[in-house]
Design a binder for this molecule. Sequence first.
Ligand code: SF4
Length: 391
Amino acid sequence: MSFVDTFNQLPLERLVHDSLQTTPAQARATIDKNDLELADFARLISPVAGSKLEAISRRARAITQQRFGKVIRLFAPLYVSNECINNCTYCGFSRDNPILRVTLSPDEVVREGQALAAQGFRNLLLVAGEHPRFISEGYLAECVTALHRFIPGIALEVGPMDTAEYAPLARAGAEGLVVYQETYDRPVYSEMHTAGPKKDFDWRMTTPERAYAGGFRRIGIGALLGLGDWRWEALSLAAHARWLLRHCWKAQLTLSLPRLRPCAGEFDPPVKVTDPELVQLTCALRLFLPDVGIVLSTREPAQLRNGLIGLGITHMSAGSHTEPGGYTGAGRENLHRTERGRIVQDTTHASQWATGQFDIADERTPAEVARQIERADHEPVWKDWDAALTA
Ligand code: SF4
């Protein structure tokens, strides 16, 4: 049995409706309740509960401190390739976008990793588009093996694979796999994913289960806010997380709720999620799922990130670049355009950088972010994983 079976039976329409109809008394009672059901979570993300943000955030803060202490784990994304065979209307790497592309060699990936290690990072997220010609599991395993010599915590955010392909990557030293469903609304998903293997909604949804079976011990899931009704996305994500906690129970689970940012292709998100709604959602997730990690990326502006420290967030990225070679300039001499899977050489780009996936909102350095975490009476943690822990 996979989560798809459970998902197909979720009464999401009714839950969204109930959420919108929540009364003040129901919201108040739910905030103080323990062991919440999905229907309770729907009440916590209701418009009425939004007017009780102080009470929800107080509870979220207490639960976060009790379960995680006053720490924030820092990580950085390391983009190894921006090649992609998919068309996702909201993403700068979409195959039809005529952007400058590159796939870093394993040596170049190591250079980037060393630059991040020099800034203090010991947790990296390797990110790549989906393109079997440029980004095979063999290539990724080589990158992981090389990085693992000096980076203890490595996670991957790459095109979905089957279990047999994941196993060598886990053995090479990658302990985490991150895959966002993007949107849990099937019609919206079809509209947003117009070409490539990513069109297969169910294949993507079962990726965390395959990753777990392949040996990954940290699983990250998420929904991209801005594509569909955010309450629908939040309810689906919460249900997905709870299912994974029950069925992939040896893994640590993290959730992400990235809001869409400007990118190549100039996609205009059909749904706006306000700052107070994002705060409410983060706190509601903490109340519903006290033990999952919650990730906040540099897509969000510095002021909002500062305010969310202590309110459910456990992981933050910092100093991020979303273009391959963004930390050292690695790969610039190999920039090209890709047409129908073929490299089109064009030397006029020698002085340029590869195109990033999206714009960053928090441009502070990792050291500045770490100082801010300390000012908020929390400890920034650069290394929280070592293979010896599971040896
Ligand atoms: S979201 Fe991922 S799969 Fe879609 S175009 Fe961007 S990199 Fe490719």
